[in-house]
Design a protein around this ligand. Structure first.
Ligand SMILES: C[S@@+](CC[C@H](N)C(=O)[O-])C[C@H]1O[C@@H](n2cnc3c(N)ncnc32)[C@H](O)[C@@H]1O
Length: 652
């Protein structure tokens, strides 16, 4: 696994990941040969890497403007690019960005700043300043202005700063001009990026998307990067855009050369940028060492754009017919399923299976104990060194819930209660003697005195301070455990909220996967409950039959490949699976008999505890059954799955 350098706080606050010369050159090389560029702007210019690359492509005497909010960075940019106007300003309020007709080329790598890192006041001012900028653009037609304003007013408050930045950049392009932009791979799947996808689909021809599938272009990037080039055209209803196409190229690390990201790319008789030019100008599906290329329907690039409820806020009424009630499927699967149009699909939810996130205690150091010997009247456990130097102590069994914290603790594909080494400390109807006296009358009589061993443990925890000087009860995720009414305490900080099904699930999937994602079975009973940590997405069903079928479905080649297409690949090559991805998984609709067979496969797997080749083919046989050509689709899914695994450096 490649170790990436962590970003500094300053970098994170401003989203300062400069593109560098090579990314800049590759992005500019994606512009069509006949593009006439007489004006260029980078509204978030950094030290000017993209402007400098654009300088080599623009017409002589072209007008260049760079805007940068961080003063020392703006100064450095001005020093490096003496021929460009560089302004130290906030792009969301900089008047120089507004021109009579818009810019020929808006080139940008917007600041990717998570909403948690943006102060609330700043987030609010970005939205209102963006709207004010849009209002002042003289060339936007009334309908376009209304659309841009709807998007600016309607994007989620939990969006990354990149979303308003994209909207601004897109609005600055003149009709016929180009938007050339560096974006993380996740922009295709993030809920909050939907308004941007919509804008691109409605008002641009998305010409090219080039993806860094080797995650090798940026030193400290956490996700893969894409380069996108789009040409502004008149806005149109989505239903008129079905024929629009985009050339998509995936580049692996092996295509990089010393001077260029495509220095070692070879295609036909050409090498380097020349080879890329040929690959881009073809419409064919191509592949070679380190690259694959295909031409996709542009709307298929954004299969989730109009799914879910959020679209109602900003989509135009003319696009109501394009809303996809079934949520859409990943673009890579569309080609595989092209001959299976009559098949209908359903989600796990429709099969009676729900999913969520495992248990987040807020302070694992306090709430997780290591289990030792079990004996009459209790269980021996160890805490961390801050309590009695980590010596064992005995607590009642009722205060412990065995917990799956890591994938390695499972025995094959089934979690074994007896092998779990971590226990969750659950204090539900007890409080320390001194605390009982501080309780409100609402709970008086409900709580019993907590035993000595645990009272001592809580007391040690209250004396302990972490490296930042904080007590556990002050941790942001622990503080809400404490509840008071006018009379006194109703709950104390050491009491977790009641556990729910998502904490005591029957199945779970690792959130970070080195190899392909697989689903674990978690046997549950009232006497031997098992909690599952937030390192997992958790699942539970309305009936055991549904759960057994789901266990088979989630361990099929179909699901493994689907999740590779859907989920985010992190910088080191691991696949990050979220509950939202599992909710989006779709399966062909099964008959009652087919579902029974799937459930039987699930039960066989629970009995075998591990996956064997014969079980895998049995499951795949049952999962692909509804298709007209199940064998062909299975083979294509297998090939796609291993391509994804090898691209992210996982074992195939
Ligand atoms: C991802 S960097 C990219 C810089 C440059 N375009 C490049 O590709 O190297 C984003 C830049 O936007 C700047 N920035 C952040 N917020 C900004 C704002 N509101 N207005 C202008 N620049 C901003 C950051 O300081 C940072 O230099």
């Amino acid at each position: 696994m490649i170790k990436k350098r962590p970003a500094t706080d300053h970098q994170k606050k401003f989203g300062q990941y400069f593109s560098g010369e090579k990314v800049g050159s590759l992005l500019v090389s994606l512009l069509p040969e006949d593009a006439e560029i007489t004006s260029v702007v980078d509204p978030m210019a950094g030290v000017g890497d993209l402007l400098s690359a654009a300088g080599r492509r623009a017409a002589p005497g072209a007008d260049f403007l760079g805007v940068e909010v961080d003063e020392p960075v703006a100064r450095e940019c001005a020093r490096r690019l003496p021929g460009c106007r560089i302004e130290h300003a906030d792009a969301f309020s900089c008047g120089s960005l507004l021109t009579e007709n818009g810019w020929d080329l808006v080139i940008a790598n917007p600041p990717y700043v998570r909403y948690q890192l943006q102060p609330k006041d700043y987030r609010l001012s970005v939205r209102s300043n963006l709207c004010a900028q849009l209002e002042r653009l003289p060339y936007l037609e009334a309908a376009d202005k209304a659309m841009f304003l709807r998007l600016a007013g309607g994007y989620s408050g939990l969006s990354d700063l990149a979303v308003p930045s994209w909207i601004l950049c897109a609005a600055l392009v003149r009709t016929g001009g180009y938007l050339a932009i560096v974006v993380p791979d996740t922009w295709l799947s993030r809920e909050y990026a939907k308004p941007v996808q919509y804008l691109l689909a409605k008002s641009f021809d998305v010409l090219t998307v080039v993806k860094d599938v080797g995650t090798s272009w940026f030193d400290n990037a956490l996700v893969r990067t894409c380069l996108l080039v789009a040409r502004r055209r008149a806005t149109a209803p989505l239903e008129n855009l079905a024929a629009k196409e985009t050339r998509c190229v995936d580049l692996g690390a092996e295509t990089m050369g010393a001077a260029s990201l495509v220095g070692s790319l070879e295609y036909g008789a050409s090498a380097g940028p020349g080879a890329l030019g040929k690959i881009l100008s073809s419409r064919l599906e191509l592949s070679g060492p380190g690259f694959t290329a295909s031409t996709q329907k542009t709307l298929d690039l954004f299969p989730y754009m109009l799914s879910g409820r959020t679209a109602e806020k900003w989509a135009a009424s003319e696009d109501g017919g394009s809303v996809r009630p079934d949520g859409g499927r990943p673009v890579e699967l569309l080609a595989v399923l092209a001959d299976e149009r009559e098949i209908s699909f359903l989600t796990l939810e429709a099969l009676g299976v729900h999913c969520g996130q495992g248990l987040r205690t807020g302070a694992n150091e306090f709430f997780y104990l290591t289990i030792g010997a079990e004996h009459h009247g209790g269980c021996e456990v160890r805490g961390k060194p801050w309590h009695n130097d980590g010596s064992p102590f005995t607590v009642p069994g009722r205060n412990l819930v065995r917990t799956l914290q890591n994938r390695a603790e499972a025995d094959g594909l089934v979690v074994s209660y007896d092998s779990l080494k971590t226990a969750l400390l659950l204090i539900e109807s007890e409080a320390r003697q001194a605390d009982l006296e501080r309780c409100s009358s609402v709970v008086a009589g409900e709580y019993h005195p907590l035993g000595k061993a645990l009272s001592d443990y809580v007391a040690s925890a209250e004396r302990y301070r972490n490296a930042g000087g904080k007590a556990f009860r002050e941790y942001s995720a622990v503080a809400p455990n404490e509840k008071k009414d006018g009379e006194g305490y109703v709950r104390f900080w050491y009491m977790l909220p009641p556990l729910s099904r998502r904490h005591l699930p029957t199945m779970c999937v690792n959130r970070v996967n080195g190899a392909g994602a697989s689903c674990l079975y978690v046997p549950q009973s009232a006497q031997r409950p098992v909690a599952v940590d937030a390192n997992f997405v958790t699942l539970w069903g309305d009936a055991p039959e549904h759960e057994a079928a789901c266990f088979a479905l989630l361990n099929s080649t179909w699901s493994k490949c689907y999740l590779e297409c859907l989920c985010t690949v992190m910088g080191g090559g691991a696949l990050k699976v979220e509950a939202s991805h599992i909710r989006r998984l779709q399966f062909p609709k099964y008959s009652p008999g087919q579902l029974e067979r799937l459930a039987a496969c699930g039960r066989d797997m629970i009995a075998a505890k591990t996956m064997t080749d014969s079980l895998q083919s049995e499951i795949d046989d049952a999962v692909f059954k509804p298709f007209r050509a199940p064998g062909r689709i299975l083979e294509q899914m297998k090939a796609l799955f291993s391509r994804h695994l090898s691209e992210r450096g996982a074992k195939t």
